[in-house]
Design a protein around this ligand. Structure first.
Ligand code: NAD
Length: 293
């Protein structure tokens, strides 16, 4: 019979994942607090339901795509949440960028009721979600990963198992710390090039053939920054959250990482000039203002 899955959180990423799951033949149920998100999902062919309880009646595999740990906790532990409403043996796959410690504690609470939680945060943005080409960084036990595999295979071009619960979320924070650092450092490089008389597009062409390249220089600069489009579908608010969490992770380890601190400070300071809903690529506007774009 047709495999079914429930998606909680039908925003930029959740909507794209629904497109991919439907294209791959899954029956998809979904729920979201936002009326606009519900409508877009319904238009795709998602069976949109009004509550988590209603979703749990239909599925025993649930995918989360929520803003942060706070919402994941609410959705799982709330009175009308997954823990209280789920069918026996339900598997929850959390693709949100959440917090390793919260995830470990949630996995324990779910396991006590016979439910399972995998952390499977993603890289690739809304385009990767809609194209089924995301990278998934998974934490959890092997048996749950095997059960999740058909869904993960549809959604991603690469799945990396990083070990026990929480490790996927830790890896994602580390990825986004690098991504945030590359945005700042590449903006500095392009501003320097412009001041030194180089054409930014030609400079990037050279960098992208050489050892200075990154996803930021290869994808973000040509696609969203140099044309001043700034419409990647990932917000300032979410990236600032990721950096706060990455700095917390560093603090827990006791490591001293001065470059990470500088990057974190630059993103925190951007609150003065960049709105929560601005595209995260807009951080480059705080780097050498007037000399980059
Ligand atoms: P988004 O804000 O567009 O989507 C989140 C959705 O969750 C919203 O539609 C919101 O209404 C819904 N929601 C919040 N609380 C809810 C609740 N209690 N019950 C039901 N629905 C609820 O965010 P997004 O860009 O889709 O990101 C989702 C997650 O994926 C975040 O953790 C983000 O950091 C991560 N992520 C985003 C990207 C990207 O490029 N956008 C890339 C990788 C990872």
């Amino acid at each position: 019979s047709q495999q079914t899955i429930g998606v909680i959180g039908l925003g930029n990423m959740g909507n794209g994942m629904c497109q991919t799951l439907l294209r791959n033949g899954f029956k998809v149920y979904g729920t979201d607090l936002g009326v606009a998100q519900q409508a877009s999902a319904r238009a795709l062919g998602v069976a949109v339901v009004e509550s988590i309880a209603a979703l749990c009646e239909q599925v025993d595999v649930i995918l989360l795509s929520l803003p942060a740990a706070k919402q994941v906790q609410e959705v799982l532990l709330g009175e009308q949440g997954v823990l209280n409403c789920a069918q026996a043996h339900t598997l929850v796959i959390d693709t949100s960028t959440s917090e390793p410690d919260v995830t470990r504690s949630l996995a324990k609470s779910l396991a006590e009721r016979g439910l399972a939680l995998l952390d499977a945060p993603v890289s690739g943005g809304p385009a990767g979600a809609a194209g089924g080409t995301m990278v998934m960084l998974v934490g959890g036990v092997e048996a749950d990963l095997v059960r999740a595999q058909p869904f993960l295979d549809a959604l991603s071009s690469k799945v990396v198992h990083l070990g026990p619960s929480g490790n996927g979320h830790a890896a994602k924070l580390i990825n986004n710390l690098l991504c945030a650092a590359h945005l700042v450092s590449t903006a500095e490089a392009v501003a320097l090039g412009r001041k030194a008389g180089l054409d930014p597009a030609a400079l990037l062409d050279g960098l992208n053939a050489g050892s200075g390249r990154s996803a930021i220089s290869e994808v973000n600069f040509p696609r969203w920054i140099l044309n001043e489009g700034f419409d990647s579908g990932f917000t300032m608010q979410l990236m600032r959250k990721d950096l706060r969490l990455a700095l917390e992770l560093i603090e827990q380890t006791g490591l001293e990482l001065p470059l990470a601190q500088l990057v974190g400070a630059q993103w925190a300071a951007s609150e003065a000039t960049l709105a929560d809903q601005d595209d995260f690529n807009c951080i480059v506007k705080t780097v050498a203002p007037g000399d980059l774009l």
